[in-house]
Design a protein around this ligand. Structure first.
Ligand code: MN
Length: 212
């Protein structure tokens, strides 16, 4: 089944003033759609066209060589952006509680320690890419990846992805990536991230995953 860009679960302007309406329209309707169109064009008619993005991204080395780079970028773009829209909410922000809150405090010292680390990873990513909170099988970690690479390709489970491509922030924040990251924290839906954490050890094979 061909990939689709999922509808947002909130209005384009619902994340104002943190993320502006025009950025959401361009990012969701144009940039994400372009990844989906390119992934579908690459996968159509191949044995991979019905395979879910997160499975493809764990099996990139099995893809035909002439497809591999295009699928890596564009199936990655699909997975990453589906995750992103689900990770944000007009009622977002604050801090995670329960198991995820405890794990973040245990791993990073405090929520602020985690925030500093994710922000540093996002600011420090040269060019385009993402910063991530991941579960690596035994513990939480913060990493960053270039382009549309997803941590799942390296055996890590992504729980939260911060898009630091300029298309995610440039209209409102221009070159002020740190300011964008601070504002984006006000949109994080920690309920969704907590659900991903709860199923993290089994995510690779989980049919009930939130993400594609
Ligand atoms: Mn993006």
């Amino acid at each position: 089944m061909a990939y689709k860009v999922p509808d947002l679960r909130y209005a384009y302007d619902a994340l104002e003033p943190n993320i502006d309406e025009q950025t959401m329209r361009l990012h969701h309707d144009r940039h994400h759609q372009a990844y989906v169109d390119k992934a579908n064009a690459a996968l159509a008619g191949t044995e991979w066209e019905d395979v879910r993005p997160r499975e493809i991204l764990t099996r990139l080395d099995e893809l035909p060589a002439q497809l591999r780079a295009t699928v890596r970028d564009n199936a990655g773009g699909q997975y990453n952006h589906c995750m992103l829209w689900r990770s944000m909410s007009p009622h977002g922000g604050g801090e995670p509680d329960r198991e995820l809150g405890e794990a973040i405090a245990a791993t990073f010292g405090s929520f602020e320690g985690f925030k500093d680390e994710l922000k540093e990873a996002g600011v420090g990513r040269f060019g385009s890419g993402w910063a991530w909170l991941v579960h690596d099988g035994s513990r939480l970690a913060v990493i960053s990846t270039p382009n549309q690479d997803n941590p799942i390709s390296e055996g890590r489970t992504p729980l939260l992805g911060l898009d630091v491509w300029e298309h995610a922030y440039y209209l409102r924040y221009e070159n002020r990536r740190p300011e964008y990251i601070d504002a984006w924290f006000n949109t994080i839906d920690w309920e969704v991230v907590g659900e991903r954490y709860a199923e993290a050890p089994a995510l690779a094979g989980s049919a009930r995953s939130l993400d594609p």
